[in-house]
Design a binder for this molecule. Structure first.
Ligand SMILES: *Cc1c(COP(=O)(O)O)cnc(C)c1O
Length: 348
């Protein structure tokens, strides 16, 4: 049975005798070798499949800690701004903990699966006519005025939970990878991984730290441009963020690790998503594919030495965003219930 990250990593988390041991079986996700990508780049590429978490994204790692601490501290409700996955995760864990969930999403810019999850789990969903950054600013004001726990990644418990993915990678490999490649939106996750790797080294489990490679979408790349983007645009809605809350954490992860933060275009993101699905058998959402798109881009520029061991984080499941997947896919071929016709279509 999967115990979940709170019990598994209790010694490394803010877990006390008073913390309810909340779990939906999050964490312990697969680390899968990527032979086709490795051959294409001559590197040694692995994929951390975070879509295998209970609600289909890595957000569950942070949310289980944030919601259990909110319950411990006596909160009756949680609130977040979200591009979708935080909303789905908050809604699920709040349901499990018996708390009210309120989520504010940018109207028209949330993937269908994520919206379905938030609604199904009983969250109160407000679609604000604005973008994520505006939604987060509103939520920050609401928590000043009302007794409700903020569960965005500005909540330090979120980062604490999310760092456990770095622990798992080191445990699976027996050491840290040379490079960790990760999509960057609000920048909580790159901050969390970097904290996780450093903490795992301080605990004496590994010696060397990885270089952190973060990737933003070209139209939503404030960290690369060096200033907030008022109207971020990208097909990868989970990283459609113009003013990341964990800006400093991302810059520190980049600089302290000798890493980089670069951009990838929407075309590169969608091509990487398709490549992963069709050659590795893994269907991730567009934002997740930014990590792989970035590694392919840098390999094409000769910046990936042969045999470099790289872990790309696939942050969320492709089932979250069926609209984007179907928009680029061929239509099914409709046939009569007729053997000869089917054989004809198949060229047999
Ligand atoms: C939230 C999210 C991201 C971005 O993570 P940040 O911590 O905001 O940088 C990337 N991919 C998916 C699928 C996400 O849900």
């Amino acid at each position: 049975m999967k115990s979940g990250i709170l019990l598994r990593y209790r010694d490394y988390l803010p877990f006390t005798r008073l913390t309810p041991p909340l779990s939906l079986g999050e964490g312990d996700t697969p680390l899968v070798p990527a032979p086709a990508l490795s051959e294409a780049t001559r590197a040694d590429i692995w994929l951390k499949v975070e879509g295998c978490n209970p609600t289909g994204s890595f957000k569950d790692r942070g949310m289980v800690v944030a919601v259990s601490k909110a319950a411990e501290e006596g909160a009756k409700a949680v609130i977040c701004a979200s591009t979708g996955n935080t909303a789905a995760s908050a809604a699920a864990y709040a349901a499990r903990a018996g708390l009210r969930a309120i989520v504010i999403v940018p109207a028209g810019n949330i993937a269908l699966g994520k919206l379905a999850q938030a609604l199904m789990h009983g969250a109160q969903v407000l679609a604000v006519r604005g973008n994520f950054d505006q939604a987060l600013a509103l939520v920050r004001q609401l928590v000043e005025r009302h007794p409700v726990a903020l569960v965005n990644s500005v909540n330090p418990y979120r980062i604490e939970g999310q760092k456990t993915a770095a622990f798992e990678i080191c445990e699976a490999m027996g050491k840290a990878p040379d490079i960790l490649a990760i999509p960057v939106g609000n920048a909580g996750n790159i901050t969390a991984y970097w904290r996780g790797f450093r903490q795992w080294r301080e605990a004496g489990h590994i010696r060397a730290l990885p270089r952190m490679w973060g990737f933003q979408a070209e139209g939503a790349a404030p960290l690369v441009r060096g200033e907030p983007i008022a109207e971020p645009r990208t097909v990868a809605t989970a990283i459609r963020i113009g003013n990341p809350a964990s800006w400093q954490g991302a810059i520190a992860a980049r600089d302290e690790s000798g890493g980089l933060i670069d951009t990838v275009s929407d075309d590169e993101i969608l091509a990487a998503q398709r490549l992963l699905a069709q050659t590795e058998g893994l269907f991730c959402e567009p934002a997740s594919a930014a990590s792989v798109a970035g590694v392919l881009k840098l390999a094409g520029q000769g910046k990936v030495p042969p045999r470099t061991r790289i872990v790309c984080v696939l942050t969320g499941s492709g089932l979250k965003d069926p609209d984007t997947a179907l928009a680029a896919a061929p239509r099914p071929t409709e046939v009569a219930p007729d053997l000869a016709e089917i054989e004809g279509v198949l060229g047999w």
